[in-house]
Design a protein around this ligand. Structure first.
Ligand code: NAD
Ligand code: MG
Length: 391
């Protein structure tokens, strides 16, 4: 029995993970579930999966959960707070940690899981964008496994040559380019004039994937693809000029690897996160994920188009930050989180998200990013600056 800790259990990736785990109760046991504030949903999940521990970040929500569990006679132990989240990620009783908290809040728990040598199923791309060098080094130093759940990176990972488990650098294995596919989000065919009036409701309605609010807005601006370029750089050790993005509206090819001999390997499937979750859970084996078999006849065609920096300035900013190096990508990430929140709260126009990020990148200077304190300080300064730009 492998023991699984699910960080961010009440989110979209959390739901998909529990769906896969429920199909394989003979192989996996849920050790711990965590959430921010959603005590009611976490209670339902505790009822169903009977974890040993439940952690809520919010203290009042933890109290509500504790009362509900007691009334229902469920023995799950309840803890709360940021320190408890980091502790549970490193708990020696679990083998697998699913990092599915959204945003920078996922960084410290993910680092803790790496330090504790866990198999980490990484959905929380922001952790790598903020601290790629540090997280990868921590993984290597502690014999952890960092397996990509993000569908593009999982696709690339499946298309890369079989390697020693800790060999993440593929530049010398005949790889010419990584090609990340992008659906283009809900506004891929919109004009610049139409984009000026986009509402949060329109931005979170993704045509192919059902996801949390933040990543849905990131998909609409294509900052999601920008964060994924940075994520691919750290996971696979290739420079920015060997990582390309192509628009592919059907989201059937999840990404590709182009080799020097002209072979291009693609991974395909229905757009459903249970595939990469099942793949990383069971790796190197394969298990049923519950995803419908791909019906190529009903898909019919696969389209590809160039991704334009003019249409998606956030993508350009992400490439620039990656090339600048140091804490630039932590600054990019923090400014984006602040701008997306402001947009969702109707304090910022959709088209101004990129402006806030660009101005923050210009105002906050980049430092060498091999130290956690430096990264957290860059995150803090960038948030302050981004708020200043918005006001
Ligand atoms: P979501 O908003 O649906 O869920 C987020 C989870 O994190 C919830 O359980 C929430 O309680 C928890 N959380 C939020 N803030 C927290 C905090 N401050 N402290 C502790 N916990 C907190 O998000 P999601 O769509 O499931 O995405 C999760 C992560 O996975 C993101 O980094 C996203 O980029 C990545 N990802 C998601 C998808 C997808 O299909 N949803 C695909 C690829 C990658
Ligand atoms: Mg993705």
């Amino acid at each position: 029995m492998r023991q699984v800790t699910l960080l961010g259990a009440t989110g979209s990736i959390g739901d998909s993970t529990l769906d896969v785990l429920a199909r394989h109760t003979e192989k996996y046991q849920v050790y711990a579930l965590t959430a921010n504030q959603a005590s009611e949903k976490l209670f339902e999940q505790c009822q169903r999966f009977q974890p040993k521990v439940a952690v809520m970040r919010d203290r009042d929500a933890a109290r509500t959960l504790q009362i509900a569990l007691k009334e229902a006679g469920i023995k799950t132990e309840v803890r709360y707070g940021d320190a408890a989240l980091t502790e549970i990620a490193a708990d020696p009783q679990s083998d697998i940690v699913v990092a599915a908290i959204v945003g920078s809040a996922g960084l410290l728990p993910t680092l803790a899981a790496a330090k504790a040598g866990k198999r980490i199923l990484l959905a929380n791309k922001e952790a790598l964008v903020m601290s790629g060098a540090l997280l990868m080094q921590t993984v290597m130093d502690n014999g952890a496994e960092l397996l990509p759940v993000d569908s593009e990176h999982n696709a690339i990972w499946q298309c890369l040559p079989v390697s020693d488990s800790q060999q993440y650098h593929f530049a010398d294995k005949g790889v010419r380019r990584l090609i990340l596919t992008a659906s283009g989000g809900p506004f891929r065919d919109w004009s610049a004039a139409d984009l000026a009036t986009v509402t949060p409701e329109q931005a979170v309605a993704h045509p192919n994937w059902s996801m949390g609010q933040k990543i849905s807005v990131d998909s609409a601006t294509m900052m999601n693809k920008g964060l994924e370029v940075v994520e691919a750089h750290w996971l696979f050790g290739l420079p920015a000029n060997q990582i390309e993005v192509v628009l592919h509206r059907q989201s059937i090819i999840h990404s590709m690897v182009d080799y020097l001999d002209g072979s291009v390997l693609a991974q395909m499937g229905n757009p459903d996160m249970r595939t990469p979750i099942a793949n990383t859970l069971a790796w190197p084996e394969r298990i049923d994920s519950g995803v419908m078999p791909l019906d190529l006849i009903s898909v019919g065609r696969l389209d590809f188009k160039a991704a334009s920096f003019a249409q998606f300035p956030c993508l350009k900013l992400a490439y620039q930050a990656l090339k600048a190096g140091g804490t630039s990508t932590a600054i990019l990430n923090a400014a984006n989180e602040v701008a997306v929140s402001a947009f969702l709260e109707n304090r910022l126009k959709f088209i101004d998200i990129a402006t806030v990020i660009e101005q923050t990148l210009m105002a906050v200077s980049s430092q060498t990013a091999d130290d956690l304190e430096v990264i957290l300080e860059a995150d803090r300064l960038a948030r302050q600056q981004a708020e200043r730009v918005i006001c």
